[in-house]
Design a protein around this ligand. Structure first.
Ligand SMILES: [Fe+2]
Ligand SMILES: [Fe+2]
Length: 191
């Protein structure tokens, strides 16, 4: 059974109270800060909503005792499976690639990890470590890679205790608009 968009907002609001790995914020704060940073920077609607739901896979498959603090290493794919009947590929692609984008940045920029939190450094290692150059070349050719790098940028910044962000209800109209648009496109495309 696939979740509805309202199910996903409820999940962010309830289970999103859990701490986000070892960062000083909750999952919900992380998602809201990420989406708000994207909105304040004037990003497109699909980037804002991708930011909001990029880690929803971590709440769908929550961390259990004994698991790594960063949850399943395929949380990006788990999220996409949950979201694929709601949003367009424009929203899904950056979510699917956001962990790969971070591994790419860690591979091409020797300073990238040094400037990140210990929790984020452990996350990169948990996801498989920095990409080697041939893997980075493949990543850069993937549709949505640029958007994934944008998402990753806001994801990295959205870890600040006490940073301002609107209430979760603020993003509902935009999310519903994007979902309705994706639904329209789906029904207009002949089978
Ligand atoms: Fe993530
Ligand atoms: Fe994240």
């Amino acid at each position: 059974m696939y979740p509805t968009i309202d199910d996903l907002f409820t999940l962010l609001n309830t289970d999103g109270e859990a701490w986000y790995a070892a960062e000083p914020i909750t999952h919900r704060q992380h998602a809201l800060q990420c989406a708000w940073l994207a909105e304040c920077a004037g990003e497109s609607s699909h980037i804002i909503i991708a930011c909001l739901f990029h880690d929803i896979g971590l709440l769908i498959n929550p961390i259990e005792e004994g698991d790594d603090e960063h949850g399943p290493s395929d949380h990006d794919l788990i999220g996409v499976v949950a979201l694929r009947r709601i949003f367009s590929e424009q929203v899904l692609a950056p979510i699917r690639l956001h962990s790969t984008a971070r591994r790419h940045l860690a591979g091409v920029d020797g300073n990238y990890l040094n400037q990140r939190s210990p929790s984020l450094r452990r996350e990169v290692s948990h996801m498989g470590g920095p990409l080697i150059s041939s893997q980075s070349m493949v990543f850069r050719c993937m549709p949505g890679a640029d958007d994934a790098l944008l998402l990753c940028h806001y994801d990295d910044l959205a870890r600040v205790d006490g940073a301002s962000a609107p209430d979760i209800d603020y993003f509902k109209p935009l999310a519903h608009r994007l979902a309705a648009r994706a639904q329209r496109v789906r029904t207009e495309i002949p089978a």
